[in-house]
Design a protein. Structure first.
Length: 246
């Protein structure tokens, strides 16, 4: 994919809450982004944010700069984020879900910057003028703006989901039981037949035909050893209960 050659940077403008900076860094780590630049942070907030759990490397390598131009000066593509409310915009907003397709139309090399405004004011009109495009997360009109950390997480997820950011997912080990062998299935079949006889399901005239179908059913289910043990245990409990009631 051509656009995957873009190197992505997240830019936070004057964040006021260290928890939001930490949450943004954590979201970046989750979805494979590593380059974080913070513009004009309040010093106490910035120092406190450097203890973000789960994203220490991103926070430690993050840069604090004085102005937006310093943060995006080396970028070939700048995308601003805004809810679009209370603004007189001079261009259409791109829905976040449409961003991957829009990015595909741009040159696929260089650095891309995803810019987030302050929690209180968002991006100003002047700051938006540096952006090649403005993107919005489709939110409810009754509550259009999102928490900064959550907005970064949603945007990073969308980039990763679309393959714009190359993410190597963590390997997930899933225990898969081996298929049940014929002997196990035969024990299960015999136990099921006894239970069905006990409850009167198998009628003399149709018993053989019903058992043929039952055996076929057990084969078609492609049971694992674990599944066969569970089903066998259930049938054993039913057998025990039926005999207790005699």
């Amino acid at each position: 994919m051509e656009s995957t050659r873009l190197t992505w940077r997240v830019v936070l403008l004057r964040p006021r809450n260290p928890l939001n900076i930490g949450a943004a860094a954590r979201a970046m780590a989750n979805f494979g982004l590593e380059d974080l630049v913070v513009v004009a942070p309040y010093d106490p907030v910035w120092q406190e944010a450097r203890s973000a759990v789960g994203a220490e490397n991103i926070i430690k390598s993050a840069r604090a700069v004085h102005d937006l131009l310093e943060a995006i000066g080396d970028a070939t593509l700048v995308i601003g984020t805004t809810a679009g409310s209370r603004r007189n915009l001079d261009r259409d907003l791109i829905r976040l879900t449409e961003l991957p397709g829009w990015v595909q139309t741009r040159p696929g090399k260089g650095r891309a910057a995803l810019v987030f405004g302050s929690e209180k004011h968002g991006l100003t009109n002047e700051q938006m003028r540096y952006c090649h495009a403005l993107v919005r997360i489709p939110t409810s009109p009754q509550c259009p703006s999102m928490n900064l950390g959550q907005a970064v997480a949603v945007c990073c997820y969308e980039l990763a989901r679309a393959g714009i950011v190359a993410v190597q997912p963590s390997p997930v080990k899933v225990h898969r039981s081996d298929p049940a062998n014929v002997q196990s299935l035969e024990h299960l079949f015999q136990r099921a037949a006894r239970v069905l006889d006990e409850v009167g399901y198998l009628k003399p005239k149709s018993r053989n035909a019903a058992l043929i179908k039952l055996r076929r059913l057990l084969l078609d289910l492609q049971l694992t050893n674990d599944a066969a043990k569970i089903l066998g245990g259930i049938l054993a409990q039913i057998e025990w209960k039926l005999r207790i009631g005699e």
